[in-house]
Structures are given as C-alpha cells and as structure tokens.
Ligand binder design. Sequence first.
Ligand code: FRU
Length: 530
Amino acid sequence: MKNKLILLISILMVTGFLSCRQKKSVQNSGEKKVFKNEEFSYRPNFHFTPKTSWMNDPNGMFYHEGIYHLFFQHYPDDIVWGPMHWGHATSRDLIKWEQQPIALYPDDKGYIFSGSAVVDTLNTSGLGSIEKPPILALFTYHDPEGELLDAIDHQTQGLAFSTDSGNSWQKYGGNPVLKNPGIRDFRDPKVIWSKDHEKWIMVLSAFDRVRFYDSKNLIDWNFLSEFGNGVGAHGGIWECPDIFPIEVNESNEIKWILLLSINDGAANGGSGTQYFVGDFDGKSFVLDELFQQQLKENGPFWLDYGKDNYAGVTWSNIPTEDGRRIFIGWMSNWQYAEKVPTKKWRNSMTLPRELKLVRKNDSYSVISKPVTEFDKYKNLVDSYEGISLKNKWSANTSSHIGAEIEVEFEVMDGDKLNILLYNQEGDTLSFGYDDRDNTFFLDRRKLLQKNFSDDYASSKSVAPRKIKGKNLSAKIVLDKTSVEIFYDDGHTVFTEILFPKEALSKISIASKTKGSKIESLRMFEIATEE
Ligand code: FRU
C-alpha cells in the first residue's frame, strides 16, 4: 500500500499536479510576494509586535473578564532600549492582539522594569472591592541616576493598581513596597496566589539566585528564603523568574516549576530560559530528588534551545476550569536584539504556549506546545503519507501568510534527516535530527541577511533529544520572520528569528543515508485575515 502511495506521489510530482494543487489552495492569499518593504516583509502575521518602537520582556500578564492582558517592556521614543515603560495589549484568544495605551510611565523613582500582575479577587490589598476586584502590578523601579552613581540599591519594587479591569493604572502612594536589601541586581518580581498556603508569594531575581517573599495583602512583604546559589546554569545573571505548581501529566502528583531566564550563558549562546522541578512548602523551593539527579547527569534544562525565547513567564488568573499554564516569551536575544533589521518597531513575542510537566522513563521534562486557540487559524492545504527519502522530497509552503507543517518521521540508525526551508533568492534555513549524536539542530547560517550582528548566525543551535525511539515528530510554525519547532510533542523546542529576502516558500526533506522515511506530513496555511 505504502509503495503504491509513494509511486502515486512521485507521478503527481513529476506531472506538476502537486504544485497546481498547492497554488490553488493558497490562491486567496495572493501571488508570490517578494518582500519589498519592511511592513510587508518583516511584520509577523500572527506574533505580537508593538505598532512602533522598542519592545523587550513580556510583563504583567493576567486574564480577566474574558480578556487576556499582555504588558511589555517598551521604549516608545526609539527602536533601541531606553527608559522603560509598560506597553499594553489585549486579546480574546491569545493570537490576535490589540495594542492599548501605555499602562505605566517612568517617574521620579525610576524606569518601570519587568514584573507581574494579579487580580486581587478577595481584595486583600483593600485597593478595590470584592465586587470590583483591583488588579495589582508589581514591578521593578530602576533608578538610572542611582545606577550612574553605582548605588547598590538602585532597584526596588513598586506597586501600581487598576480599579477598572486593567484599562488604566495608578501608582501606589507608598512606593516602593519592597526596598533593596543591598543587592545590585534585584528585580523582576513575579507574584502568585498560593492556594495551599493562603498567601501571596513573590519570587524575584537577585543577581545569581532568586529570593522568595510572602504577603497577606500584596503591599507588605516578608523575606522567606533564597534558591539557586551554585545550582543550574550560571553563565550570566538570573532574570525574570516565575514559579507555579503543576500536575505531573496523568497523575495527581503536584510539583513546582521554577522558570529562570539567564543572560548570558544560554544553551546556544546569549539569552535563554532554564527550568527547575521541585517542591515549595510556602517558604522554600527545594529541588525534587529525581530532578536533582537529572541535573547532575545532563546539566541545565532549557525550555527552548533556539536563540530567541527569553524572559518568558506565565499568565495569572487563568480560570480553574481552564487549568492551563500559559507562557509567552520575548522572541529575541540580547546579543543582537537592538540590531535586527527592522526600522519602525523592534522585536516580537513567541506564540503563546501551554506548558506541561511530563514524567517519562523516570525523568521530568517541561513540554511546550502552541495554545490550541492557534488551531482555529489553520487551514489544511495538503497531506501526505509514507514518503520514502530515497530521493529528496520537496513541496511548496504558504509561508508568506504563515505555515504550520506537522511531520512524523522514522530515522534509521546513524542517519541524519535534514529539512530545508528556502526561497529562490537564495535564503536557506536547515534543521532536523542527527541520529549519530542523538541531537536536533537548527542552522540559520545560510540565510542571506545575517551580518547585522556577529552573534546572530555564528553557529548552529543544537539540543540533545530527550526521549528514545525511532519515531519522531515535529510541529514547525513558520511566520514571516520566525520559526518555532516543537519536536517529540514539545519535549525539545527551538525558536529563532529570521529575515529572509522573500518568504521561505519551499520545503525539502532529505536523508543522509537514504533509509529514513516520512510517515506523514500535513501542511497548513495560517489565515489570520478575515
Ligand atoms: C530582561 C531584563 C529584566 C529587566 C528588563 C529591563 O530582559 O533585563 O531583568 O527588568 O529586561 O528592560
């Protein structure tokens, strides 16, 4: 049966029928579009970007009254980093965003650095009422004058609140709510309500570790403990932590995950996010024994092995009936974020992703996948089964509007499976799996536009495969200026940005020793326009 199918596919390809079909299915989206101007060429179709100016970390995400709120580090006056504000965007489905007026401006206490926001449902702060719960944002005040004078305490934690569901914000009169204890890098508070401990917990980064605090009212904070000295990756300073309880897949066991961004020293250079699995008793975070063993054997664990997923944290107040842990990251890297070739705006966010904790073959891993809301924008364009890789296989993608390619493949012992996305201008992106050293890789060195920074395409990104077996899968999400690859159901993820001359409208797959095969391949276009 498979042989017949392969024969049929080959005939179709030779007769050109396949390319006709594909042209037809993407017809509505326009003819071949060469990237002529920045707005067309670089602005992603389904990733959040600010309308204009600079953006870095996602901040203060919460869900309230049917709306997802996303704030972000923003400098409205330039396309490089500067005095930080909190920009604001809202969405009903996590995919289509509408930018809102700036939520927080710098003031005489400093710039508004990263932080988080929560709906204070029980009005523990007294800043609203039970009927109309206040929303509280905890952020870092970064005093630029103090920094210039080398004052060790130039970062403190401030509070702002909204009594109109997050539309407008005012700073709390008694700021800062948490003074600096004498730590130079003391920032990025993430606050959660701990049901088990009936109190608010704050985790924030303190140079090479995190510190935990608790509070009954989000205003008065008590120091609890520290974690991280000498544990995990320490190639740079720790930033933007997050902590949350999560059910271990298909069990009733609860573990706590600590997310930690680090700049420099990520898996493939520059900025990246590692994670830890452990327990939190309301006072201290302690590594799980099994995870500790994993750390000893395999080194740090990374949420993403691509170079462009940094400072990501998760949403607050996702309803219990929903129960998901939803994450978004900044899709760039401090090595070159200020140099990427966009002119009107800079940088975008990753797709929102659902995080899960899986325990398989006696080891934990955090897996991520695009949120299911993304599925409603996907139209199936083509699907194939049983493709032999005796010869290179190729097809068209609908990457000028966005594409998702879902592929299941079987890789023979010692083989290497290479997937290329390319265009006629000469841009090529390659990625795949190499069985010889059991690694996934992503290589943007053959993209034409790469010289804006020496760090951008200096080497290929690699990641060890986490699970065993000959059968692999990949979900490849391609927007105009990014690729997000979810291997093995999200066990290994790569996120990287790219600036091709025109859409990467072609895909080809080849196997080194010609023994591997594609079990199935489904190609979707992403139609975000009504
Ligand atoms: C991470 C970070 C944070 C800080 C913010 C400033 O990218 O350095 O630690 O709060 O950016 O914009």
